[in-house]
Ligand binder design. Sequence first.
Ligand code: FES
Length: 104
Amino acid sequence: MQIIVVDRDGSERTIVGRAGEKLMIVLREHDYEIDAVCGGVCNCGTCHVYVDAEWFARLPKPAADEVDVLAVSAHERPTSRLSCQIVLQDAMDGLRIAIAPVED
Ligand code: FES
């Protein structure tokens, strides 16, 4: 499936992901600057992305621990998600996201 990614500098690229993979892993494979310090266990917040508003409503809802991690981010927005908590599905073809700023 295709994923449209807007990087921190505003540049946009379409990358290919596979169903069953975490979005965080796919972003790192494509050399996006995603630290993923905790390795994808929803603990660090360094895999923060903004999901396009239309897509945000279509994704499975975040679990309580993801909401808690995002709540302490200085860069949280209404469409914030942790990319390690988004498992790609075929129905997500065309998903559009932006990489959130690095935490201070
Ligand atoms: S990689 Fe740490 S919260 Fe996603």
